[in-house]
Design a protein around this ligand. Structure first.
Ligand code: HEM
Ligand code: SF4
Length: 570
């Protein structure tokens, strides 16, 4: 490799298909960490090495090593787990991960605080439940999301089938995961015998995220992801094929305007039979065209900005051997979940629970993990993790609805009345995320409480308004697509963004910079007041912020940083 590639590229190339020295590092008992190079590789196995940042000062004072532990992210296409799989996740959470489960914004679960000596046992237990963490992080296609859809059962089945097919097809082929974590035999002959037909030795330039959406719900936030498939229905309500979207992404860096969030473009339409081939072609074009020198410019969104959508489409069509048709009309209504009971078209009932910021605990009075175990004991219809960090109890027989609802209510798992809290999401941030500049999950509930008072004063308590917060600009909770977005800058300080579309189709715009708790509330109160007084019938908060001149509309990623701020919008 030449000099013009990033350090990560060298690590991948030298890793022998993601092995590195992970097996040896795991046996090294003098430290809870692994080497820096292995820290990059372990992401491809679904893990991050982290340390408890709350404990850092004390441990530094005592000259102790940081409190290292692993975060493990499970691969759960479409967020669908069987009841037995849920119980396996629950068991490892209790045994090794601090008795808590974190549902994520990309329909999977994260387990935090797993010390090095427990990682193999954890993976062995989830493997026994037919789950794994391969490619849950790293420069590969990550967990494939799928509309959680409780109502259109047939459309969900079709979309889920596609999500699974793409997930399987784009899985790394290296046996390193099995060898390292499950003591599988190294395949004789080594490197020559492993082939990554899709990825090659250096995998992708950067992470890659795929989703499948079924209008009218945009719960998966299709425009936030590298690759998306939007179901297009025919006259009989069957899926006629898919609009293909490319080039969405959230991450950016404060103070670096050539990094920006971007909403995906709709590239064309393909038949179901061609969808996996198209997905593979999008991945391989990005593999070959993506920037491997600068990781901050390596996502597909920049490749498309640099090369243009037409050139990208032409190359995808050539590689897939598929001519994409013109995109077909579709309409999204919202990005949120449908809480409470809903009846599928097959007559089965599903209960969407509210899990605040995806955090399930087992502390009194809301023993949530225990409650879900009780539900699992009386119900074998499985669970679905939603793209909004919530959990659906799926396929419930009529006779069991009342008891399941009673257990959920007692564990405080039913949705609250407040329209803001029902539509709130936060990333993990402190204390586990090494990149966090400010609190997120631990703070957003308090901010929402503060804002609820203002909203109540303006008669807006029940209005659905989407609010999302992250501890840094990487954007894990998709804050730039929230009607109210807050992005951490420093402890207790956030950038406030307004004006994103409720249906997930338009990014927000910076409204106030570097604001703390009181200033956020003070900045939003007059906007809420104006919304209550002047909105048009059915007008969403994000749209109103633009019409009323609080912020300018962002048309796409490249103008995200232009024309910012409260004054300039008018
Ligand atoms: C440059 C960009 C990014 C980096 C370096 C990054 C890194 C991380 C890290 C270190 C964590 C672990 C935090 C913890 O659990 O302690 C995390 C969590 C997560 N990230 Fe990212 N991330 C980036 C962007 C994104 C984006 C754009 C999305 C989604 C669109 C995303 C989705 C997630 C999800 C779902 C989690 C799990 C926790 C949650 O639900 O918030 N990440 N990310
Ligand atoms: S947005 Fe930043 S702080 Fe939050 S989890 Fe992602 S990387 Fe960590």
């Amino acid at each position: 490799m030449t000099d013009d590639v990033s350090r990560n590229e060298r690590i991948k190339e030298a890793s022998d298909y993601l092995r590195g020295t992970l097996a040896e590092g795991l046996r090294e008992e003098t430290t809870g960490a692994i080497t820096e190079d292995d820290q990059q590789l372990v992401k491809f196995h679904g893990m991050y090495l982290q340390d408890d940042r709350d404990l850092r000062p004390e441990r530094t004072r005592k000259k102790m090593e940081k409190a290292f532990a692993f975060m493990l992210r499970v691969r759960i296409p479409g967020g669908v787990v069987t009841t037995a799989q849920w119980l396996a996740i629950d068991a490892v959470a209790r045994d090794y991960a601090g008795n808590t489960v974190r549902l994520t914004t990309r329909q999977t679960v994260q387990l935090h605080g797993i010390i090095k000596s427990n990682v193999k046992s954890t993976i062995r237990q989830i493997d026994a439940a037919l789950l794994d963490s391969i490619a849950a992080c790293g420069d590969v296609n990550r967990n494939v999301m799928c509309n959680a859809n409780p109502e259109q059962s047939r459309a969900h089945a079709t979309a889920y089938e596609l999500a699974r097919a793409i997930s399987e097809h784009l899985m790394p082929r290296t046996p390193a995961y099995r060898e390292i974590w499950l003591d599988g035999e190294r395949i004789a002959g080594g490197e020559q015998e492993v082939e990554e037909p899709i990825y090659g030795k250096t995998y992708l330039p950067r992470k890659f995220k795929t989703v499948v959406a079924v209008p009218p719900s945009n719960d998966v936030d299709v425009f936030a992801h590298d690759l998306g498939f939007i179901a297009i229905h025919d006259d009989r309500g069957e899926v006629a094929g898919w609009n293909v979207t490319v080039g969405g992404g959230m991450g950016m860096t404060h103070g670096e305007p050539d990094t920006y969030p971007r909403t995906a473009d709709v590239m064309g339409f393909c038949a179901t039979a061609d969808a996996v081939r198209v997905a593979e072609a999008v991945v391989t074009v990005q593999r070959d065209w993506g920037d491997r020198a600068n990781r901050k410019h390596a996502r597909l969104k920049y490749t498309i900005e640099d090369r243009g959508l037409d050139a990208f489409r032409a190359e995808v069509e050539k590689r897939a051997g598929v001519k994409l048709a013109d995109a077909r009309p579709f309409r999204f209504s919202s990005t949120g979940d449908r809480y409470g009971w809903s009846q599928g078209s097959d007559g089965r009932a599903h209960l969407t629970l509210f899990v605040q910021n995806g955090r399930l605990r087992d502390d009194a009075p809301a023993r949530q993990l225990s409650a879900l175990r009780a539900i699992a004991a009386m119900h074998d219809g499985g669970f679905r993790i939603t793209p909004n960090q919530n959990l659906m109890v799926a396929n419930v027989p009529t006779g069991k609805q009342a008891e399941i609802e009673r257990i959920a209510r007692e564990a405080q798992l039913l949705a609250p009345w407040s329209g803001l809290r029902r539509n709130a999401m936060a990333c993990v941030a402190l204390p586990t995320c090494g990149l966090a500049l400010a609190e997120s999950e631990r703070y957003l509930p308090d901010l929402v409480t503060g804002l609820e008072e203002e909203l109540a004063a303006h008669g807006l308590s029940a209005d659905d308004i989407v609010i999302r917060m992250t501890g840094c600009p990487n954007g894990c909770a998709r804050p730039y697509l929230a009607e109210v977005g807050l992005v951490g800058k420093a402890p207790g300080r956030y950038n406030l963004y307004l004006g994103a579309a409720y249906d997930g189709s338009r990014l927000s715009k910076l409204y106030a910079e570097d604001v703390g708790h009181e200033a956020i509330i003070a900045a939003l109160d007059p906007v809420f007041a104006a919304y209550a007084a002047d909105r048009q019938p059915g007008e969403r908060f994000g749209d109103f912020c633009i019409r009323a001149g609080f912020v300018a509309a962002t048309t796409n990623g490249a103008d995200f940083h232009a024309n910012v701020g409260a004054k300039r919008a008018a």
